[in-house]
Design a protein around this ligand. Sequence first.
Ligand SMILES: [Zn+2]
Length: 237
Amino acid sequence: MSKKSAAKKKITCSICSRIPEKDSEFWVGGQLRTTPLVKAVSQLEIVGAPYFNDDTLHSHSCLKRCPECGAIYKWEFEYEYLVGGSEDTITLTRLGTEEGNLAVEEVMKTVEIMKQKFYSKAKKKIKNLRTSTDDAIIRDAIDFFHYHQLIYDEDISFAVDALREILIRYSSKSLNREEEEILYWLNSVLVNYIIKRKSEHKDLIRQHINDSSKTLALKILEVLDSSSVKPSSSEEP
Ligand SMILES: [Zn+2]
């Protein structure tokens, strides 16, 4: 597939001048059948990440922004399952300034909606952590915060107080297998939280990562309690 010339009018940006107005890649059965997208494309940043991404797990699209000049590109992935081997196409198109701005606005609206959904769900999960004694409900709340922290890099500071209370409860009693698992995942959420948001303690906490769940839980509590600001906020940010 031929690459169209970089631009009709002269582009001065060092990144965009190397990217054609429209570029594409075509794959059959996991094998690239065309020239790959030009290398400079890897310097573009995804708009609205991590809510939007350029994974190739399913057909979807996202916007990419040039970090140097701010130009916006539409990235599209199309997947078609065929018996002889699936066909995948990646297309990258540079948008005009106005079109680009409008598209970014739409993406940011979606991001805002997703964030609001997260906070309103999070409120319910915190309430569950505070009021429920049902292991399944507690596990569900822990999974929720684990997932959002890990996949969407959400700041879960406002939930740490409630998670800490559960940690105290589960680390100070004898546990059945299900409760052991809860403590394991609770530790994981809080270890990730400390590594991400309390990085001054990350080396200390990493040293204890292979300790028994209860020992690790005590270390986590120590770190949380020693942190300059106790997680006071149970309100959303
Ligand atoms: Zn550029």
